[in-house]
Design a protein around this ligand. Structure first.
Ligand SMILES: [Zn+2]
Length: 373
């Protein structure tokens, strides 16, 4: 999900705010301070409603961060690293660089979030009981936060993939049947069923009850869930497909060897345009100096092509991570994700024999699916 601000790192995990987050943030503050609190707790000072509304909203988002952190930290202990977490209009979303390889790991990681929300809900319920009848604004806030956190846990426990409950459901099925692919397919179908019933429910609420905003919101969540379920399922399919291939099967091997002092212009005119080469190995008497892809060439503006030598823009060999020809393509994709790199040379007995790029992995999968494989 592109677009947003970096908030910084917590326990080494990058937190981001997506633009759509601000919509829900403002919407929540307004509806709490303007509608909910004045309705149930009349007689406060105007300003007090807004202060309590704003603090409650902030605490809610901290609860959401805690929920996502719970997933991430339990994931990390179970060898499922989480790279970043994005807060957006419908909550939080963690970006994992690999999927669980054991059902038990997935179960623990998926259950950690709702468990955390339930615990936070319990804490606020306790605070509500302690302050009820004593400090009304604090009690009001605690009551709402207890409710919303429990609601968050319950919503996330709906057994449709990729919601937490869907992951719990998948991990249990996976554990009992031993079939990851089939478990994912079933959990995805349930997820899509849930999504469509949200959309239908939203439409019914709009047209039968004339609750326009609430209905629209529910339908939107359904639409989002349906999208998320399809995307996650496709990713699972891709991973499964990649898992079956080795580096030597998916690598590009029609590369050219060029010296470091060739200019970009000479390269483009001589090899890229007429012969369609996309990958070059830069070598001199001392051996391999680096690699060059179309991506590197695009980083130089065309007016500078004639004076830029390829050694200035190549990826130097000491910055490259290499893969072995028999390594499976899925682990290579994961390594690329974890290290934020787009290409890795395939090395056998100290010699570069090919290159794997993110683009060519994706193209490989797309071609396979076009051929119906
Ligand atoms: Zn969760």
């Amino acid at each position: 999900m592109g677009g947003g601000f970096n908030l910084g790192k917590i326990f080494g995990i990058q937190f981001r705010l997506h633009y759509t987050w601000f919509i829900i943030f403002v919407l929540l503050i307004v509806s709490l301070s303007w509608q909910l609190f004045p309705l149930y707790y009349p007689g406060w000072n105007r300003l007090l409603y807004w202060v309590v509304g704003t603090i409650a909203t902030l605490l809610f988002f901290i609860s959401l961060v805690a929920h996502e952190l719970a997933h991430s930290l339990v994931g990390r202990v179970n060898n499922i690293p989480v790279k970043s977490i994005t807060l957006f209009i419908f909550g939080g979303m963690a970006q994992m660089t690999r999927e669980a390889t054991k059902a038990s790991a997935e179960l623990k990681m998926a259950a950690a979030g709702p468990a955390c929300s339930l615990a936070i809900g319990g804490m606020f319920a306790l605070l509500w009981m302690l302050t009820r009848g004593v400090i009304e604004p604090v009690a009001a806030m605690a009551y709402w936060l207890a409710q919303i956190n429990v609601l968050l846990a319950v919503f996330n426990l709906i057994p449709g993939f990729p919601l937490d409950g869907g992951r719990v459901f998948r991990s249990l099925m996976w554990h009992f049947t031993g079939n990851y692919k089939r478990s994912t397919r079933i959990a995805t179908r349930v997820g899509q069923g849930v999504a469509y019933s949200f959309i239908l429910g939203g439409i019914l609420i709009m047209f039968l009850l004339h609750e326009w905003l609430g209905g629209l919101w529910l339908a939107f969540i359904g639409w989002f869930l349906q999208n998320a379920a399809s995307i996650s399922y496709r990713q699972v399919q891709w991973r499964e497909a990649l898992h079956e291939f080795t580096a030597s099967q998916v690598m590009i091997s029609d590369y050219m060897v060029i010296p470091p002092n060739v200019t970009v212009d000479e390269l483009v005119q001589g090899y890229v345009l007429p012969k369609g080469h996309r990958f070059f190995l830069v070598t001199d008497e001392g051996g391999v100096r680096g690699i060059l892809t179309l991506h590197n060439i695009k980083s130089v503006s065309q007016s500078n092509w004639a004076m830029t030598q390829v050694e200035k823009i190549m990826l130097p060999v000491d910055q490259l991570k290499v893969v072995r020809p028999e390594q499976d393509a899925l682990s290579i994709m994961e390594q690329m994700d974890e290290n934020d790199i787009n290409q890795m040379p395939v090395v056998s007995e100290g010699r570069v024999i090919g290159l794997i790029t993110r683009d060519n992995l994706i193209r490989f999968l797309r071609t396979r699916s076009e051929l119906g494989m």
